[in-house]
Design a protein around this ligand. Structure first.
Ligand code: NAD
Length: 500
């Protein structure tokens, strides 16, 4: 029997360290092959990483915005010089198409790093002023402390970047736990930070599973804030755990994004948008289109066109630049996705295309074909729950009010899109939809300057943009008495005798 390659997995004090937890195997989900194994961080390893972050905090939080910005700019250059290596690693550990990793994950991370280099110098607030005649008031934004962060497997590099960059741009230090399925690019991200001159201990990585490594990080007494991206169920557990220590919590959770296609929409644009928006990253995207609500007059033509486009998607080897759809993250997750589809069909939903493992798929490979369904009821699990796979369900509506009601009728509220040529309708519907992002005539694009985050069961807290910087700061009011009097006017409320 051959021994699998040992991978380094614990990073603090600016270098790799030996972890002492259980050995975990990393697999490429597109073929089931081993990528190596690593030791997960046990609670003592987590403590050592937190102590490294704690030791780095006074120096880093006292550095000037210009100094932080300079490191972040060099970090972006480091990432650019390692772009192809990062894309290959991201594709191997997730099974996603190399084109997506090269054109979205890696450049998105580099752009975010450059954005926060600028944003670090733009921490805004109120102008100082005399809001009372006797005082000058000003606000200060200060770092919170050591942040403990937990990230998911669907966009491992970008999700790490969304957590780490605003935290450290604002002067905090951080310990991040990537998903146990995908630690590789997060560790490479940390190495690049050290190479760029980020002081040791500012950004540390502990790899391991949620129950052991993750819970040790969230509940560590020296961790002042927990920021989390992942499922709603785990997010709620983390909130409970963090609340025991009274910690600040930032949660980016699951989604079930609708698209609303009105009778005046460009149907071809909506069909193209539905396919790209639902199949990106094999549907393992928290903002992916999952529910397409169509005006009844368009529904048949939409199903026909979307089925045609789905049939053209090339599913297969993620490293082939022509591949459109890679594998899902694991066979276990693929079987969970298939379970939703099978139960929906058994309950009477109509399967237009997909709904199966592609022919010839080896048993260890996690592929699932692009799937289109209709005829499900609004209250079914297919329409209500996050499936997180290449599955789109089409549903009808007759009026704008009904469309809004159906769009808002799930526990989630992360993202949505409206498709219409009527500007007034675009304005009305984008304000009525309860979600953190609403696109008009598009679905998916994100940009570093704009906030990303949910409503309702999709969480709270914003990633990217200057708004995420605010999440990672404490706001302090400093009030300076400006008359130099021993007895102040307001003392009357305490002393009745003015001649004391
Ligand atoms: P998950 O919730 O299963 O795991 C997320 C992370 O939490 C992993 O690192 C995992 O190891 C860790 N974890 C699990 N249990 C834990 C515990 N008890 N204590 C501490 N940590 C624990 O999610 P996933 O399957 O990795 O990712 C998919 C989910 O992430 C989907 O629900 C998706 O919508 C969501 N997501 C949301 C956003 C967003 O911005 N809102 C972005 C990407 C992914």
């Amino acid at each position: 029997m051959t021994q699998s390659k040992m991978l380094e997995s614990l990073y603090f004090d600016g270098k790799y360290q030996l972890a002492s937890g259980e050995q975990l195997e990393l697999r490429n989900p597109a073929d089931g092959g081993s990528l190596g194994s690593f030791a997960e961080a046990d609670p003592n390893d987590v403590d050592a990483a937190v102590q490294s972050a704690k030791a780095a905090l006074p120096g880093w939080s006292a550095s000037t915005p210009a100094e932080r910005s300079a490191v972040l700019l060099r970090w972006a250059q480091e990432l650019s010089s390692r772009a192809e290596e990062l894309a290959q690693l991201e594709s191997a550990q997730t099974g996603k198409p190399i084109r997506l990793a090269r054109e979205f994950d890696v450049p998105g991370t580099i752009d975010n790093t450059e954005f926060f280099a600028g944003a670090a110098r733009q921490l805004g607030g109120l102008a100082a002023g005399e809001y009372s005649a006797q005082h000058t008031s000003m606000v200060r934004r200060e770092a919170i402390g050591v942040v403990g962060s937990i990230a998911p497997w669907n966009y491992p590099l970008q999700m790490a970047a969304w957590k780490v960059l605003p935290a450290i741009a604002a002067g905090n230090t951080i310990v991040l736990k990537p998903s146990e399925l995908t630690p590789g690019t997060t560790l490479a991200f940390a190495e690049a930070a050290t190479a760029a001159g980020l002081p040791n201990g500012v950004f540390n990585v502990v790899a391991g599973r949620g129950l052991g490594t993750g819970e040790a990080l969230v509940s560590h007494p020296d961790v002042a804030m927990t920021s989390f991206t992942g499922s709603t169920a785990v997010g709620r557990k983390i909130m409970e755990l963090a609340s025991a220590g009274g910690k600040r919590v930032h949660l980016e959770l699951g989604g079930k994004a609708p698209m609303l296609v009105f009778e005046d929409a460009d149907l071809e644009a909506a069909a193209q948008g539905a396919v790209a928006g639902s199949m990106i990253n094999a549907g393992q995207d928290c903002t992916a289109v999952t529910r397409a609500y169509l005006h009844v007059s368009l529904i048949d033509r939409f199903i026909e066109r979307v089925s045609e486009l789905l049939a053209k998607l090339r599913i297969g080897d993620p490293l082939n630049p022509d591949t459109d759809l890679g594998s899902l993250i694991s066979v276990r997750h693929r079987d969970r996705v298939a379970g939703f589809v099978d139960r929906a069909v058994a309950a009477g939903a109509v399967l237009h295309t997909g709904g199966r493992v592609p022919e010839g798929t080896p048993s260890a490979a996690a592929y699932y074909s692009p799937t289109l369904l209709s005829g499900a009821t609004q209250d079914s699990e297919l329409v209500q729950q996050e499936i997180f796979g290449p599955v789109l369900v089409v549903l009808p509506f007759e009026s704008e009010d009904q469309a809004i009601r159906l769009a808002n009728d799930t526990p989630f509220g992360l993202a949505a899109s409206v498709w219409t040529k009527d500007v007034a309708r675009a304005m009305r519907t984008s304000s009525a939809i309860q979600a953190g992002c609403v696109w008009v005539n598009d679905h998916i694009p994100i940009i570093s300057e704009m906030p990303h985050g949910g409503y309702k069961a999709s969480g709270f807290g914003k990633d990217m943009s200057v708004f995420s910087l605010e999440e990672y700061t404490n706001l302090k009011h400093v009030m300076i008495e400006r008359e130099g009097q021993a007895v102040k006017a307001w003392h009357r409320t305490v002393f009745s005798n003015p001649a004391r």
